[in-house]
Design a protein around this ligand. Structure first.
Ligand code: CA
Length: 352
């Protein structure tokens, strides 16, 4: 080989090496979400993570979002992330209560903390450490995924005046709150979201809970049910970004930080977007449907809900030491933070 040929050959090898290194550096992830592509603003948080990651990494780290429309497995997110089919998922922890009761309290608990109280607990009150421990055995890292804020108690066809009115009431209310309601004689039903409006309109069900005005208005429930009850069961529902730990460990320090900051920013955006959408939607509903009455369950019902909630917490606490530790940590933190909430925001709003 002459000198010239050798030179070209070295150059070619160098080029191949450079381009191989450049493509090695590109990290391509996939995110599965529990949400459909129209579930704004919650799907917005999934999309925002991808957007921020790409922006912050200068295009070196990208995440493809597969909504539930694509995966057809909204409740398969946990397993898909655990098995590594997806490196990341956007979902919510209480969906996995059937797999592991310890995962329930990381979303929200009836009569539990409000969104700011809960976020402070996660960041500064030991919540993140407990969540990390609960997910450790699944090879999953769990991060805050945006908060819906206080959710409404739901839409009812009839006013609920006594405990008797709840007996036999057919209501869509999933999860832990549904368990509580069923103990009061409510016939808890599980109807797919796409059929809820028709079910409420035709009287297949008498009541349902969804989220709050911002998401409820798109479902049209205000057109068919005149009573809108205030919330008790999801005072600050936190969504979740779950990350496959092996995949996370393979990321460079820089990309790990980019991902964590992107999730944090997307979570913050989701919380305030919910607030904004709720405010606008409620203004619209009040204007277009002035007959709608906002109601709060009477004390008799609230007291029963609280005592059943407590019974169930105690029941699960005897089954799992970690569950007991998590709910105890929340209880202690709520006591401190609620005292402050009362003399600050609550006092301010009541007085002004
Ligand atoms: Ca809800």
């Amino acid at each position: 080989m002459n000198i010239k040929k050798q030179f070209y050959s070295v150059c070619l090898m160098a080029m191949v090496t450079v381009s191989a290194n450049a493509s090695d550096k590109k990290v391509k992830w996939k995110m599965a979400t529990t949400w459909g592509s129209a579930a704004v603003p919650i799907i917005t948080a999934s999309n925002n993570v991808a957007k921020y990651v790409e922006q912050m990494s200068g295009g070196e780290f990208t995440i493809r979002i597969d909504s539930a429309n694509k995966t057809k497995a909204p409740m398969g997110v946990f397993d898909m992330v655990k098995q590594g089919q997806y490196q990341v998922g956007h979902t919510t922890s209480y969906f996995w209560k059937g797999k592991d009761i310890n995962l329930l309290p990381f979303t929200t608990m009836p009569f539990g903390m409000t969104a700011p109280e809960r976020m402070a607990w996660f960041e500064f009150g030991g919540g993140m450490e407990l969540m990390t421990r609960a997910y450790e055995k699944y090879g999953i890292l769990s991060f805050l995924g945006g908060n819906t804020g206080n959710q409404m108690g739901g839409w009812f066809q009839k006013e609920i005046k006594t405990l008797e009115d709840l007996k036999g009431l057919r209501m869509r209310i999933p999860g832990f709150a549904g368990e509580i309601m069923s103990k009061l004689g409510v016939a808890v039903t599980n109807i797919p979201p796409g059929e809820l409006y028709t079910s409420l309109d035709r009287g297949t069900i008498d009541a349902l809970e969804w989220v709050g005005p911002g998401m409820d208005i798109k479902m049209g429930f205000h057109k068919v049910a005149p009573y809108y009850y205030t919330g008790w069961h999801e005072p600050g529902a936190e969504a979740q970004f779950m990350v496959n730990k092996k995949a996370f460990d393979k990321l460079s320090d820089k990309n790990q930080n980019i991902l964590k900051n992107a999730m944090r920013l997307a979570s913050y955006r989701m919380y305030i977007e919910f607030y904004h959408m709720n405010a606008l939607a409620w203004e619209q509903i009040k204007k277009d449907y002035p007959h709608i009455k906002v109601k709060t369950f009477p004390t008799e019902i609230m007291d029963s809900l609280k005592s059943i909630n407590q019974e169930l917490i105690e029941k699960y606490s005897t089954k799992s030491e970690l569950f007991k530790e998590i709910v105890e940590s929340q209880k202690v933190y709520m006591k401190k933070s609620r005292a402050w909430t009362k003399i600050s925001d609550l006092d301010y709003i009541q007085d002004k």
